[in-house]
Design a binder for this molecule. Sequence first.
Ligand code: BG6
Length: 483
Amino acid sequence: MASRLIQVDDFDLVIFGATGDLARRKILPGLFRRHAGGQFPEGARIIAAARAEMDDAAFRADIRAAIAEFDPDRAEDPELPGFLDRLSYVRVDACGEEGWPELAARMRKDVVQAFYFSVAPSLFGDLAERLARHGIAGPQARIVVEKPFGRDLASARELNQVLARHFDERQIYRIDHYLGKETVQNLMAVRFANILFEPLWNAHYIDHVQITVAETVGVAGRAAYYDHAGAMRDMVQNHLLQLVCLIAMEPPWHFGPDAARDEKLKVIRALETVPPADIVRGQYAGEGDEPDYLTDVGNPDSRTESFVALKLRIANWRWQGVPFYLRTGKCLRARTSEIAVVFREPPHSIFDTADQQKPNQLVIRLQPNEGINLKVMIKEPGPGGMRLVQVPLDMSFAEALGPEGAEMPDAYERLITDVIRGNQTLFMRGDEVEAAWAWADPIIAAWEQGSARPEPYQPGTSGPDEALRLIHRDGRRWRDIKT
Ligand code: BG6
């Protein structure tokens, strides 16, 4: 099943920080795949802006090397030279005056203009101010900003204010790359393009929801950033809360930017404060030659968490009494992200074998092997009475959609084309980000004020035992972390 390809309008995309890790690893390889897919018009141009002394040829060679490293299957792609021809390089000093007139001279006024701030948030204000002062960004221009968007409510507010001095909210695209993942968008398709689930999607029929985002990697290589963030700021405040929103939100009247984001905001505002007893933080220990968290970050006193598990409640009619159990961490048993909606059991069993009854579960696998699995009870085949067994109705999207469907576009590909198209639906609005910080701040503040250390856990496990107890004490179990 081939996806319909619609070319985007002609554009100039400027990437600030184009020589940095994110640009080389994700943004430029993603743009190359869209180019190879035929989505860009002839004239579309990508202008790299960074501080390094470099010319067009050197930058193109660097991106050729980046694609060979991060997307090796495409290193010899015949489309690569055509993509590299779209690239040019300008040396620009974000905090100084150098390079801005040159950048202004390169920009066309009659095409879509997008500016990707792939730089430290401390530079957002400088970039926005200079873009405005040099008359580079027209009223239709878009800016794209990466997470982390602040480290608490106060800093997020300040960032919003800094950007608002020069750009309207409709020009600001705050990236949460989880929203660009195909299966995350599929959550909305499953919920709102089918009649099947909605009547059951509430506290009457759902017992609880589990969301797991488990990674096998540690934090080596990003220690400086991570040790100041921790799993709560790095993953929960943004990616996991966004997943909660998509599961819990009311149907928006329309799949458009404000309708969808209004509904997500209502969910975030309805999140109850999490009491300390309902949250567990962990820090990975070392094993054999593998260093522990403290060694990885080079800070023997660090109390930063590499794992969080918590029980969340949403104070509204639909979700009254339904716990959402969330967990995420580094150095866990497997790399897997999934959402499991666990239904209640039937109110009365007509079978003598009621003890074989298990609750229905709808499991949405975000990665790897994206798909949906609905667990249902059936009769175990064979003579001699009615025995029940639970079986999965398993749909892998790759299998269901055929070979072309198997190629899931990377989140960045989708999100950058949305920026060019001017569609903000999958980007976070300023008030949404602030509401998420307002929920996370008291939890983080309590940790920072207290003296307790995160619970240690062995790498390759499913986290600290306390996280198991968090759910066991409610008479429930986490699903296994496995690929
Ligand atoms: C990033 C976090 O936002 O998401 C990383 O900063 C994390 O710490 C990553 O590893 C996970 O993304 P994905 O797409 O690999 O699930």
